[in-house]
Structure formats: structure tokens, C-alpha cells
Write a new protein. Structure first.
Length: 431
């Protein structure tokens, strides 16, 4: 009898622990979804406020943008350390670390609050940044905080928070799962896969409940009707991959620092460097007719929905502004800006294929450049497909993404997120 009683008690404890873990993942997913929606709505208002400022004072960016960059870097370094950049490298690094205090320095509620506030500050002053990468760090931080009730599951919780953040930010649940597998963990984990999917579903349902069902860039049904149009696939793949690799290489080199007097000067004067980067972004904005500020989402959506043309130099200026915003040290993501750079590239390539639908070439440019930056080809074509509901271009997008990822590695051997994550791991390990 005693044996049976002990066995039933052990079974009850295991069952209770299992349901506790499931509840943690679901609660975390709902919280991450709500945070992603809040950040999305506030980000739109921040961009609208900056656009209103420029409408009244056209050259205000020459003052507001550099000053905003300086303030953001000051607040980051003083109060919210490890919140700089997109936040995805911090989430990857936190997942690799085994020391709980070290993880807490990369993903925490304090960092999540700072990430949201400083990302909004960046958009409010015209930085070329996105909100999706920050949502990943926010999601990982929320899951980490909730997961203190089940510390043995911390790696899986951080992964689930990151995946849920992508799913809720873009309204792309499949892309969230793929991102978690391909980019965050670089492997499929059977033990946590069901719970991660549950967190993604919870975040997605929360987003749908608050914002309704929508596609990020609207609905696009463009195809490549002629065989000659398929030549745009390798063209966009190679160009987007090389340009994305160049971006990644620039960011990685600047993050690691120059081993000379220039590198030492940049470390000593981060505020001055941020000011110069902000001034560069402002000049890019003026040269583009104020189109490169912010995420780039309104411009790309208008082009895909109604064919509204972009300036011929939009892609290059957006590339420069995003590079300056990223290396400046301010918090802000590169997802949306990268898709916007790719859209500008696609719009330019479209001139070589006048008979092909503009939307199809633009989507090829988007997936190619994005794949070149992150070197995660599956995530790239899944996320672009889900954001536009274009299933006619699945095969061309897949091929372009694979070509771009291979071309990118010729310039930058390692994906930007994982290269930056190594720096955080080394820094925390040495602390």
C-alpha cells in the first residue's frame, strides 16, 4: 500500500509540474502578445509625431535626430545597459549562457521597459530602426521573468518568448516558429517544441484579439508570368545577398571595435559618435525627401498596395541610414528597415524587367536583402510570404533567399545576430 501511495504522489507531482510549465508558457505568450501590440501602436504614434514635426519644420531633423541619438545612447549606457541594438543577439546570448545572473543582465523586466521606451525615442527622433527585434528581447525578458517559477526551463522559455515576439509583432505565427528554430536555437528541440508553439499561438491570438486579423504589408498576389522574368530571381538574390552581407560586416566590425586610435576614440566618446550618426541619418532623410526615417513600413506598403513610386535612391539612402542607426548604439531593430532596403533594391531592379509586375520584383528584393542580412533563408521567405499572403511566389522567394544567403557569406562569413551574440556571451562570461 505504501508503495502505491508513494507512486501516486510522485505521479501527482510530475503531472502538477507539467501543467505548471504549460501554464507558464501560455501566460507568457499572452503577456508577450499584449506587449507587442502596445509597442506596435506606440511606434506608429511616434513615427506620426515625427512626420508632423517635419511637416511644420522641414529641417527640424538636423537638430532633433542627432540630439535624440545622443540622449538615447546616454540613457542606454547609464540606465539600460545591454538594451542597445536590435535585442536579438542578447536573447540568443542569454539562451546560450547557463548562469542565471548573467542571463538576467541580458533579459529582464528592467531591460524590457528600457527597450520599449528607447525604441520609441529612436522612432520619435527619426532613427531608421524597427520594433520587431526589440519585441524579441522584450518577449524573452518577459518569459525569463515569468519562468523564475520554473528555472530548469529557462532556455526553452527564452526561445519561446523570442518566437512569440516575432509572431505577435508581424502577425506571422509560422514565421515565429521558424525563426525560433532556425535563428534562435539553430536546431529543433522535441522537448520544448510543443510548449513553444503554444506560446506562439497564445501571443498570436492575443494580437488578433487586440488588433484584428491583418497582413503586415497588405495582400499581394503578384506572379512572374514570363520565363524571362525569372532572371530577376538570381539578380535580386546576388545583389541583395552582397548588400546584406556588407551591412552585416559593417555592423560586426563596428561592434567589435577598431584596434587603433580611431577605435579607442569611439569608445571614449560614444555620445559624440551617436551625434554624428544622427546627423548622417538626418542628411539621408533630407536627400530622400523624408522617406527613409523610421521603419520604412508606410512607404513599402504604399508601393505594394497602390504602386506609389519610391525615390530612385531610396534603397541606398535607407541602407546608409539603417547602418548609421545600428552602429550608433541606440536601441532599435533592423527587421523592418531591412525589408524597406530590399524593397528599394527591388524597385530599382524592376527597371530591368519592365514587363514583370512591380510587386513581384519588390518582394524578391525584400526577401533577398533580408536573407543577406540575417543569413536565415527559411525565416526570410516564410516571413515575407506570410506578411503579404503571396503564395504564388513561394518558389521564387525560396530560391532568391537561398541565393542571397550564399552570396552574403562571401562578404560576411557569419550572420549578424550570432556574431554579435558571441560578444555578449564573452562579455558576460568574463564578468
Amino acid at each position: 500500500m505504501k508503495y502505491l501511495r508513494d507512486r501516486h504522489l510522485r505521479l501527482a507531482r510530475v503531472t502538477t509540474a507539467r501543467w505548471q510549465r504549460r501554464a507558464i508558457f501560455l501566460l507568457g505568450g499572452i503577456t508577450v502578445g499584449a506587449a507587442a501590440v502596445a509597442l506596435a501602436l506606440l511606434a506608429d504614434r511616434a513615427q506620426a509625431a515625427f512626420a508632423l514635426l517635419l511637416a511644420k519644420f522641414h529641417y527640424a531633423s538636423l537638430v532633433v535626430t542627432p540630439a535624440g541619438f545622443m540622449l538615447s545612447v546616454f540613457l542606454t549606457n547609464r540606465y539600460f545597459q545591454n538594451s542597445q541594438g536590435s535585442g536579438i543577439p542578447q536573447a540568443i546570448a542569454a539562451r546560450r549562457l547557463t548562469d542565471q545572473p548573467a542571463r538576467g543582465r541580458l533579459v529582464s523586466i528592467r531591460i524590457a521597459v528600457g527597450k520599449i521606451l528607447l525604441t520609441l525615442l529612436g522612432l520619435l527622433c527619426g532613427a531608421s530602426v524597427g520594433r520587431e527585434g526589440p519585441t524579441v528581447q522584450v518577449g524573452a525578458s518577459i518569459m525569463f521573468a515569468i519562468g523564475r517559477m520554473s528555472p530548469r526551463r529557462q532556455p526553452g522559455l527564452i526561445l519561446a518568448g523570442a518566437a512569440a515576439g516575432i509572431a505577435a509583432a508581424f502577425n506571422t505565427p509560422l514565421a515565429g516558429i521558424v525563426f525560433g528554430i532556425e535563428e534562435m536555437s539553430q536546431a529543433f528541440e522535441v522537448r520544448t517544441s510543443g510548449l513553444i508553439i503554444a506560446a506562439v499561438i497564445a501571443a498570436g491570438v492575443t494580437s488578433l484579439a487586440l488588433l484584428g486579423n491583418y497582413t503586415y504589408f497588405g495582400t499581394n498576389a503578384s506572379t512572374l508570368p514570363h520565363i524571362v522574368d525569372w532572371l530577376a530571381v538570381p539578380v535580386c538574390g546576388v545583389l541583395g545577398g552582397l548588400l546584406g552581407g556588407a551591412f552585416g560586416r559593417n555592423v560586426i566590425v563596428m561592434a567589435r571595435g577598431f584596434p587603433n586610435a580611431v577605435g579607442r576614440a569611439l569608445k571614449r566618446c560614444p555620445l559624440a559618435f551617436a551625434f554624428l550618426c544622427g546627423l548622417g541619418v538626418a542628411l539621408c532623410g533630407l536627400a530622400s525627401g523624408d522617406t527613409i526615417f523610421g521603419t520604412g513600413y508606410p512607404q513599402v506598403k504604399a508601393m505594394l498596395d497602390s504602386g506609389t513610386p519610391l525615390p530612385w535612391n531610396f534603397g541606398l539612402l535607407k541602407f546608409a541610414a539603417t547602418t548609421l542607426s545600428t552602429i550608433s548604439g541606440i536601441p532599435g531593430g533592423i527587421f523592418s528597415p531591412s525589408l524597406a532596403v530590399g524593397a528599394g533594391l527591388g524597385a530599382n531592379v524592376a527597371h530591368l524587367f519592365p514587363d514583370a509586375p512591380l510587386g513581384a520584383i519588390v518582394l524578391l528584393g525584400m526577401v533577398s536583402y533580408f536573407s543577406g542580412v540575417v543569413q536565415a533563408p527559411i525565416t526570410a521567405f516564410v516571413i515575407v510570404t506570410e506578411m503579404t499572403e503571396n503564395h504564388n511566389l513561394v518558389l521564387p522567394l525560396m530560391v532568391a533567399s537561398l541565393i542571397a544567403s550564399a552570396a552574403s557569406r562571401l562578404v560576411c562569413p557569419e550572420g549578424v545576430y550570432h556574431a554579435l551574440a558571441k560578444g555578449f556571451v564573452q562579455r558576460e562570461a568574463a564578468a
